[in-house]
Write a protein of this length. Structure first.
Length: 517
């Protein structure tokens, strides 16, 4: 018996993004100065994007066969500029939305016809559709050139019509001259809703990869790593609050590996709180951590790939060795898809946890971190649309725990690893109790637990309990292997680990679908 449907109940804007694979499949990396907050500072990444890398016999668009139909294929920064174009020297060239004819020589004709050819190639390989990276600015001859309001409206109307004709489904609106101007983004979005309402615009507060950290005159980090009341945090919060009033999707933005879990939780909480306060049906995209995003009911902007060349930037997080986590997270969203931020209040524990990492030279694209030990903190427990789980740590540290109750009744829970310089990335042992009845709806369970306790209104003699690796095609009955006493179903962590790693050949943490019949 297979508990996982072949198709999603509803479509949400999850995507696989080319950016990290552009960076991690080039053989030589040159680290440069950071041009602006959010710039990846790694030359050559944009130039590793063309028809061959995407669609050739070994092209990236041929990956993820298990979940292609669930995902948009998002072509990131570089697709609409000539080779050797960089924001350090030619930032005004970005934003044309005209497929570069040298990178993609098969895409001929009008700008709309070129985009449609890209979309056709993506769909022919089984992806749900095409998403494109879009600079938050119009392309223009020089940085000093500006457009009048009428010219600006004509410019974006034309490009929205191209995307409509081509069937593009998502714009990832990123850095650019107007990146920090929510009003510009709002006008762009309102225009899109009028010209091409089926198109989703994903916005973001462009920022550096850390929360609550500033650098003094000597380059030393200052701050505790929380998304707090420092000047930069206040700036970000104001932008996010503004974006939450109109965005189709709002992305938590760039982080730095391996110190991304706490950073992303902290940002996701504020994005979801902002969307809930505004009462606007905005999705929150937590980018690549798949279990974190799915367990919080967020959309995913997956970047990991098995193709990455081994590199110090991924040595600890080992995302290339944890690709099965992506398959599990996306397949769970066929049952419990991401839901908008206006649905379900988010609550957090008073207890906070802090991860730390020491960045050796050339182990990250973000050069200011070289030789520094950096903290990032977040709530120990986060719950959306439900009461908080109870977490009892069995060691000096606890895992981060995030959870959500989906509007359709499904419940999701994830125990996420911690990061320290002495022990690396690992999940501390913990027993977790979830205050949701598992007898009526599916449960998605991610990560390592010592024990997991769920409320259960059924009686063991009259129910059958099934568990399935979310990457597998067959469920296993586990009724005899669990205990049910006083309305509490207890699942042993070793059982969850065994079942949740059945279908993998990599180092992914387990992911289990639990159903009671």
């Amino acid at each position: 018996m297979n508990l996982i449907p072949d198709t999603a109940r509803e479509t949400v804007p999850n995507y696989w993004c080319t950016w990290a694979t552009q960076a991690f499949t080039i053989t030589q990396k040159t680290f440069g100065e950071i041009a602006f907050q959010g710039d990846q500072g790694q030359f050559g990444t944009r130039d590793n994007l063309n028809s061959k890398t995407l669609f050739g016999p070994e092209g990236w668009a041929r990956d993820w066969q298990e979940i292609r139909r669930d995902l948009l294929f998002l072509i990131d920064d570089g697709w609409d500029v000539p080779y050797l174009t960089t924001p350090q020297k030619q930032s005004s060239r970005f934003g044309s939305l005209i497929v570069d004819p040298v990178r993609f020589p098969e895409c001929t004709g009008t700008p709309a016809e070129r985009l449609k050819r890209l979309n056709d190639k993506v769909r022919e390989l089984g992806w749900r559709g095409l998403g494109i990276w879009v600079a938050c600015q119009p392309a223009r001859p020089s940085e000093s050139d500006t457009l009048s309001q009428k010219e600006m409206e004509h410019y974006w109307t034309e490009r929205l019509e191209w995307s409509r004709e081509a069937g593009v489904l998502l714009w990832k609106v990123d850095w650019g001259k107007y990146a920090a101007d929510p009003e510009f983004r709002r006008e762009m979005t309102l225009l899109a809703r009028r010209i091409y309402p089926e198109l989703l615009l994903e916005h973001a507060c462009n920022c550096g990869p850390l929360n609550g950290i500033e650098f003094d005159s000597a380059g030393n980090p200052v701050g505790d790593g929380s998304f707090g009341n420092d000047e930069e945090s206040r700036r970000r919060k104001a932008i996010i609050e503004a974006l939450a009033a109109f965005s189709g999707v709002c992305r938590t933005y760039d982080t730095v590996s391996p110190l991304f879990t706490a950073t992303t939780i902290e940002r996701a909480v504020f994005h979801l709180q902002s969307g809930f306060r505004r009462g606007f049906p905005m999705y929150v995209c937590t980018e690549d951590p798949p279990y974190l995003g799915t367990a919080l009911g967020c959309t995913l902007g997956i970047m990991r790939s098995r193709r990455w060349i081994p590199n110090p930037g991924d040595a600890v997080a080992d995302r290339t060795g944890r690709c099965t986590e992506t398959i599990r997270a996306i397949r769970m969203q066929r049952i419990a898809p991401a839901f908008p931020a206006d649905t379900g209040r988010i609550v957090t524990s008073r207890e906070r946890l802090t991860d730390r990492w020491h960045f050796e030279k050339e182990t990250t694209w973000y050069r200011p971190l070289w030789g520094r030990t950096i903290p990032q903190s977040a709530p120990a427990v986060t719950a959306r649309n439900m009461e908080m789980p109870d977490v009892r740590g069995l060691e000096t540290e606890k895992p981060f725990v995030v959870s959500s109750l989906h509007p359709n009744g499904s419940c999701l829970i994830a125990a996420l690893p911690r990061l320290t310089p002495d022990r690396g990335l690992r999940t501390p042992a913990a027993e977790v109790s979830v205050p949701v009845d598992c007898a009526k709806h599916p449960f998605g369970i991610f990560g390592e637990f010592s024990a997991l306790r769920l409320r259960c209104s059924g009686e063991k003699k009259s129910i059958r309990i099934y568990a399935q690796d979310l990457a597998a095609e067959e469920a296993e009955e586990i009724t005899a292997s669990v205990t049910l006493s006083d309305g509490v179903l207890t699942l042993d962590g070793e059982l969850l680990h065994r079942i949740g790693t059945t279908a993998q050949k990599d180092h992914s943490d387990p992911g289990v679908l639990l159903t009671i019949l």
